[in-house]
Design a protein around this ligand. Structure first.
Ligand code: NAD
Length: 283
């Protein structure tokens, strides 16, 4: 059983989570179900998503609805939102979580690949917000959470299109917060540091990488999505998401919540002022 704070205002709220089949998204789906929200999620991966539904049901929580969807296809995303609205009532919570952090070199990027990376890492966040905003406005308000990343803030390399899209999430969040605020729709971003999902551990974690991460962090421990299977880990993003979506968290709008266990921003030692995209303050 997941032990976290309980948020009665999430009871029976309809939540839509993108990329909810695995990783951080799966943990958010499970946490929201444990709060007795009515949860629907979309994901491109069928098998893991169907397994997640059964697992959550087996733990005694209300089962989430899974809708297979490639979020690069905006028509499919819109149809999923329509389907959820018809089945569960208006969507009051949107968690824009899906992304894909495939590595790529500058030389290998074609215009088509660049567009594809923006389609999987940024574009659907806007169109999901556009699709749910009328329901939220009609219901008197709602909460939208966009997932960013600290990767571009800490000077990570090796995937320029992903970093650019994730940097743009900060701008999108502020833009939406400004335009949707008058309808009492709160738009915030969760900006995780390195969270040890199965995918991260399988593909990208090395002993050297982990050592470097712990050296930079204030707290000397790794984060992983918290489920009952991994109760010794804590994951700020997955516990923060239900907290941010609850109706009583009513004052936050246009905020970035950095969830990086205290890792410093780039350049870490203040010596990079001559060596990169740093700007001298103008007098
Ligand atoms: N894990 C980290 O260290 C980390 C760090 C910073 C930011 N983040 C951000 O947090 C969020 C979740 O990260 P994660 O590590 O759990 O990611 P992940 O890759 O483990 O999971 C992403 C989910 O999105 C789904 N997905 C991918 N492409 C899709 C598509 N085209 N259509 C529909 N679904 C699709 C995947 O199937 C998967 O279930 C992302 O926005 C990511 O950028 C993660």
């Amino acid at each position: 059983m997941i032990r976290t704070a309980s948020y009665p205002s999430l009871d029976a709220r309809v939540a839509f989570v993108t990329g909810g089949g695995s990783g951080i998204g799966a943990s958010i789906v499970e946490h929201l179900c444990a709060q007795r929200a009515r949860v629907a999620f979309v994901d491109i991966e069928r098998t893991v998503s169907e397994t997640l539904v059964k697992t959550i049901e087996g733990r005694g929580h209300p089962a989430p609805s899974f809708i297979p969807c490639d979020l690069r296809d905006i028509a499919a995303l819109r149809s999923a939102v329509t389907d959820v609205r018809a089945r569960l009532r208006p969507i009051r919570i949107l968690v824009n979580n899906a992304a894909h952090d495939e590595r790529h070199s500058i030389e290998s990027v074609t215009p088509e690949y660049w567009d594809d990376r923006f389609a999987v890492n940024l574009r659907h966040q806007f169109f999901a917000a556009q699709a749910v905003a009328p329901d939220m406005a009609a219901a008197g308000g709602g909460s939208i959470i966009n997932f960013g990343s600290t990767s571009w803030l800490v000077g990570q390399g090796g995937m320029p299109a992903y970093l650019s899209a994730k940097a743009a999430v900060a701008g999108l969040t502020r833009a939406l917060a400004r335009d949707l605020g008058p309808m009492n729709i709160r738009v915030n971003a969760i900006v995780p540091g390195w969270i040890m999902t199965e995918r991260q551990v399988r593909l990208w974690l090395t002993p050297e990488g982990e050592q470097e991460l712990l050296r930079r962090q204030c707290l000397k421990r790794s984060c992983c999505p918290r489920t009952s299977r991994a109760s010794s880990c804590s994951s700020p993003p997955t516990t923060a998401a239900p907290a941010l979506t609850r109706a009583t968290s009513s004052t936050a709008g246009g905020c970035d919540r950095l969830m990086d266990v205290g890792a410093p921003r780039w350049p870490p030692n203040g010596s990079g002022a001559r060596a990169g995209p740093c700007q001298r303050p103008r007098r």
